[in-house]
Design a protein around this ligand. Structure first.
Ligand code: HEC
Length: 196
């Protein structure tokens, strides 16, 4: 049995339609990091330090062989490397080790580059399971689950983790963590009842 679980932060639609899935989604997982931690100095709407703008429209210019983001090669990508430098390093980004990327952000940024730094793709590929999420398979068969925006999937309830629901998607056999807030009120109720 292979039970793989990923943090599911995308819309249901991606689970249903993802064909060439990569694990990291630019829009929901990378762009927010740039916005929060880089835009103050690297955005055309604010400042463009080091001639580097990370707005959606400008970002493609930074991606490619020899550029700041080298698809498939995070370790050679200045953009990522500079974020991992020692806080006292003169090249560390953000500068002076202020508002640094968290370890999780560093990892996700790295994974995104190593998967090809796609600005459009991303989605529901399985990733290694966090240990805490390895719950024994719950009883109860496949049920219908509805997302907050009305999409329906068939999945088996596998447990709760924090405020996420572990759902094993019938079509793919892959288990995802779906934030409770992404489910319709009825499906949230269904999850809560299932744990009793
Ligand atoms: C407080 C302002 C500030 C913030 C925030 C900031 N940077 Fe910078 N960044 C700079 C400055 C200033 C330079 C130019 C340094 C130089 O040329 O010596 C620079 C340069 C860079 C460079 C080198 C560009 C080149 O081609 O030489 C990269 C890559 C970079 N920043 C990435 C980032 C990333 C990624 C973030 C967010 C995680 C970030 N920076 C956040 C101020 C900032």
């Amino acid at each position: 049995m292979s039970l793989s679980i990923m943090k599911f932060r995308l819309l249901f639609a991606l689970v249903l339609t993802a064909t060439t899935a990569s694990a990291v989604d630019f829009k929901t997982q990378i762009a927010p990091i740039f916005r929060l931690k880089c835009f103050a100095c690297h955005s055309t709407t604010k400042k463009v330090k080091g001639k580097l703008a990370l707005d959606d429209a400008e970002l493609p210019k930074q991606i490619g062989p020899g550029k700041n983001i080298i698809p498939g090669e995070a370790a050679k990508s200045t953009m990522w490397v500079n974020c991992t430098l020692d806080k006292d390093d003169s090249d560390v980004m953000p500068p002076e080790g202020k508002n640094r990327l968290t370890d999780e952000e560093v990892e996700i940024f790295k994974a995104w580059i190593n998967e090809g730094a796609s600005l459009t793709g991303g989605g529901a590929a399985p990733a290694p399971a966090p240990a805490a999420a390895m719950l024994p398979a719950a009883a109860g068969g496949v049920q219908k689950w509805t997302s907050s925006d009305g999409k329906v999937i068939e999945a088996q309830f596998m447990g709760l983790e924090g405020d996420g629901v572990l759902l094993k998607i019938q079509a793919t056999g892959v288990t995802h963590i779906v934030p409770l807030a992404r489910l319709s009120p009825e499906s949230q109720e269904q999850a809560k009842t299932a744990t009793k």
